[in-house]
Design a protein around this ligand. Structure first.
Ligand SMILES: [Zn+2]
Ligand SMILES: [Zn+2]
Length: 258
């Protein structure tokens, strides 16, 4: 099995403790996990209280130093990207001893399109997609993040634009390549209304074309979902010619063969 680099604990909007997650991963033969609780410079319901950051670091460090731990543990964070707050985000990131950061776009202006479904019926979905991918590209160019989270989240609730998405995928894949970011293959989309991984197979094909490196994440909010659909994700990566996924330590990359 391969490392799972995206999951949440009780410190943000997950349910379980760090220890529970370790036990569950070991049970599933997952050799390494990264904790990525939500961290945001704007107050967001799902993000951890900034005052809990020292507790997060302490909990993850205790597991890292536990010689009896059956698996490797890494400290990551899923950090909300806001284009007008880059300096604050950088300062926050630099104050935390991360192994890696995942940058996620969950907001367009003040609208949290990841959980607030009401506006979808009142807006131009074409414009929504254009704005969403522009923000994702900006998040990659910002240099703040080691990896880009669920990079086609706009499709979560099955609202699709009138135009074909290939051009946006291609343009975004080029930006990822040029910015040198890793992109996560986030398997949690499979249990959302869109019922497919983030990114979609067609988008992932573009990422393969531009040789954008990939890391794997379940986005588990409960221990049961750690490593969900990883077998399928690995097959998909192999079919596209990928031979490795990325692992992180102290914000340095390493390849793991698949
Ligand atoms: Zn997210
Ligand atoms: Zn997440």
């Amino acid at each position: 099995m391969l490392p799972d680099y995206h999951m949440h604990t009780f410190l943000s909007d997950g349910k379980d403790t760090h220890e529970d997650m370790v036990v569950s991963a070991a049970y599933k033969s997952i050799p390494e996990i990264g904790f990525t609780d939500h961290i945001s410079v704007k107050p967001v319901g799902w993000a951890m209280d900034i005052s809990n950051i020292p507790l997060m670091v302490e909990k993850v460090n205790a597991l890292k130093q536990d010689e009896k731990s059956p698996i490797l543990v890494k400290l990551g964070g899923e950090i909300d990207y806001f284009p007008d707050r880059e300096k604050e985000i950088a300062a926050l990131i630099n104050s935390i001893p991360f192994d890696y950061t995942i940058g996620s776009v969950h907001f367009i202006d003040d609208w949290n399109f990841d959980t607030d479904i009401r506006p979808y019926d009142q807006i131009s979905i074409d414009k929504f997609y254009t704005n969403y991918f522009k923000l994702v590209q900006q998040s990659a160019k910002s240099g703040l993040f080691d990896a880009i989270g669920h990079c086609d989240l706009a499709k979560k609730f099955c609202y699709y634009p009138s135009f074909r998405l290939e051009r946006l995928y291609e343009e975004t894949a080029k930006v990822f390549r040029k910015s040198g970011v890793v992109v996560e293959l986030n398997t949690s989309g499979r249990i959302k209304p869109c019922a497919e991984f983030y990114p979609s197979a067609v988008f992932l094909e573009k990422l393969a074309k531009y040789k954008v490196p990939i890391c794997l994440g379940s986005d588990a909010h409960v221990e049961q979902n750690i490593g969900q659909f990883f077998d399928e994700a690995i097959s998909e990566l192999k079919a596209l010619g990928y031979k490795e996924v990325v692992k992180f330590t102290k914000r340095k990359r390493e390849a793991q063969r698949i």
